[in-house]
Design a protein around this ligand. Structure first.
Ligand code: FES
Length: 179
């Protein structure tokens, strides 16, 4: 289930939405452009919030991949609905969800879920250089210099899931957020 998760360039993102649930979540704008839409956060300073779906979209112990899609803009151009990245969401208990960035910390390939012979997910693997991770995101064998990158996820009273999407520098042991 590999996908194109190469990191977009450092630009500014507007009008965010998630492909999984296709619900508008918020917006971000560069200082020169001002806000577009409701609450704004700058990329690289806490991430962008995306509503990705509902808790009931997830089965316990079965990670599901959600694409993060939004409009990318700079001072002169606007590229609508560009893929910004992807997240794995795993429901770990009745009202607990774990979110992990799909991008491999080694060199940025898309990490896949690994399942046993019965189809039960057992962990993650990056197909590019064979880095393995536990379902928790903890690093196993392979060249990845750190665990998968966790992302904040909120569960609203009605089950709506909101992920704060962030991107991190690849190839480093320490986790450094990048814009
Ligand atoms: S990019 Fe994932 S192991 Fe190299």
């Amino acid at each position: 289930m590999a996908g194109d998760d190469t990191e977009p360039g450092r630009r500014t993102f507007l009008a965010v939405a998630a492909a999984g649930g296709c619900v508008i979540a918020g917006a971000v704008g560069a200082p020169a452009l001002g806000f577009v839409g409701a609450p704004a956060m700058a990329a690289g300073s806490g991430g962008l919030r995306f509503v990705v779906g509902k808790l009931d979209d997830l089965d316990v112990g079965v990670p599901k991949k959600f694409a993060i899609v939004g409009d990318q803009v700079d001072a002169w151009t606007r590229a609508p609905r560009r893929k910004l990245g992807s997240v794995w969401l795993e429901r770990t208990a009745d009202r607990e969800v774990r979110a992990l960035n799909v991008t491999c910390p080694h060199l940025g390939c898309a990490i896949d879920v690994v399942a046993d012979g019965a189809g039960k997910p057992t962990g993650y693997n990056c197909p590019c250089h064979d880095s393995n991770f536990e379902l928790s995101g903890k690093r196993g064998e392979g060249p990845s210099p750190r665990d998968m990158d966790p992302l904040p996820v909120e569960i609203a009273a009605d089950g709506t899931l909101t992920v704060t999407f962030k991107r991190f520098r690849i190839g480093t042991e320490s986790r450094e957020e990048v814009g």
